[in-house]
Design a protein around this ligand. Structure first.
Ligand code: AMP
Length: 215
């Protein structure tokens, strides 16, 4: 079963999926993380995706289908938290075509004010070694520039630069927002208020997921 976590860049999908996947029975699948891994490995997919990602644009649907196939695997025992896919209606239809094996049971929209998104993205810092995420003012590391978890170096993602953030937000508005309608029509859409502290949002999301597990 799949729960799609959707929302604009900077809404906190990855952070929340990390927290939720620490709970028993959940697994996070992030297409962004998978693509970044391919870029680091300089695999054929990574070599094709790197420049597109650096511009903040969407990588091709064909590549994303291959990523999805690799990451979802055979019928999963856990509930998969899908972060970063689908990013357009065509991808939503592709995911729908896998429903016999991987049915989507909910699409949870983490809703955050646009001005807050820019603030979150511009202050985000990511550990180059373990991928842990911090924010320079909201969730700072104990020592500036150093990861609390593994002492790795904290860096700004190349696509968190101001120009790239603008592109990513406009791609979200034009291509990803229509995906919300797709799931509304299927009766799978749920909105969760993504404003507020990480723990508060986590509590709300966990409530929604517990509701699904009981259903
Ligand atoms: P994310 O970490 O989810 O913000 O993704 C980082 C970048 O990876 C995006 O800006 C896109 O360039 C690419 N990407 C991730 N997921 C997708 C997707 N489903 N479709 C196309 N491109 C994607």
């Amino acid at each position: 079963m799949i729960v799609v976590l959707t929302g604009a860049p900077g809404a906190g999908k990855g952070t929340q999926a990390d927290l939720l996947s620490a709970l028993k029975g959940f697994r996070k699948v992030s297409t962004g993380d998978a693509l970044r891994k391919h870029v680091r490995m300089k695999s054929p997919i990574g070599l094709q995706a790197e420049a597109v990602m650096a511009r903040g644009e969407l990588v091709s649907d064909d590549i994303l289908f291959e990523i999805l196939r690799q990451e979802l695997g055979p019928k999963a025992e856990e509930m998969i938290l899908l972060d970063g896919y689908p990013r357009n209606v065509s991808q939503a239809k592709t995911l729908d075509s896998l429903k016999d094996v991987h049915p989507v049971v909910a699409a949870i929209h983490l809703d955050v004010d646009p001005h807050e998104l820019v603030n979150r993205l511009s202050g985000r810092r990511v550990c180059a070694s373990c991928g842990a995420t911090f924010h320079v003012t909201m969730t700072p590391s104990k020592v500036a520039g150093v990861c609390d978890k593994c002492d790795g170096a904290l860096q700004q993602r190349t696509d968190d630069s101001e120009e790239c953030v603008r592109t990513r937000l406009s791609v979200y508005e034009s291509l990803t927002k229509p995906v919300l309608e797709f799931y509304k029509e299927k009766g799978l859409y749920q909105r969760v208020d993504g404003m507020g502290r990480t723990e508060e949002v986590f509590g709300k999301l966990k409530g929604s997921l517990d509701g699904l597990r009981l259903a």
